[in-house]
Design a protein around this ligand. Structure first.
Ligand code: 5GP
Length: 174
């Protein structure tokens, strides 16, 4: 294990405290309305599990499989849907949950393909925001942490499928 290449950026207790805050804010904004939360796989799977519990109330969980990186630390700019939603979202309040927004290309693409399916509303939530490399002008409705221009792993985020199971966010330096 190359643990020496990792340095903790956001420890577990700060992550969890912020997720509780975000969840409460989201639930307050939607009131008693049912909410369809769409987790973008694979990176958001751990955040998704925590944020839906923090939101509470009437929540449906859906997943979208997306691939935008191919094992390295740089984006290809190509977004590929590997697994579509299992159910229609027409007439539903939808919240897309991402692990991180970097160039914004993935979220921009997802919002476009979801908007045409007729949701009642469509908002975005990302645990991390890395504004330094933004290529498209998107604003995320709910952001956990804004982070510097570093490649991060842990809490769902990987490097070549490793490190997803770390309970904190760490900077990976090659
Ligand atoms: P975007 O399309 O906004 O450039 O990138 C979105 C996707 O790129 C994220 O869902 C994530 O999979 C990947 N990504 C962007 N930055 C990082 C990073 O620092 N670490 C990891 N592990 N993945 C990243």
């Amino acid at each position: 294990m190359a643990r020496e290449q990792l340095s903790v950026l956001i420890p577990e207790d700060r992550l969890q405290a912020r997720i509780r805050e975000l969840g409460a804010k989201i639930r307050a904004d939607y009131g008693d309305e049912p909410l369809t939360v769409i987790g973008v796989l694979k990176g958001s799977f751990i955040f998704m599990a925590d944020i839906v519990r923090a939101i509470g109330g009437d929540v449906r969980c859906e997943f979208l499989g997306v691939s935008s990186y191919h094992g390295g630390t740089r984006t290809t700019g190509v977004v590929r849907i590997t697994d579509d939603l299992r159910n229609p979202i027409e007439g539903q309040h939808c919240l897309v949950v991402e692990d991180i927004i970097d160039t914004g290309l993935t979220m921009d693409y997802l919002l476009k393909i979801l908007a045409v399916r007729g949701p009642k509303s469509l908002r975005t939530c990302s645990l991390l925001d890395k504004p330094a490399h933004r290529e498209v002008d998107i604003t995320c409705d709910y952001v956990g942490f804004s982070i510097p221009d570093e490649f991060v792993v842990g809490y769902g985020l990987d490097l070549g499928e490793r490190y997803r199971n770390l309970p904190y966010i760490a900077v990976y330096s090659p």
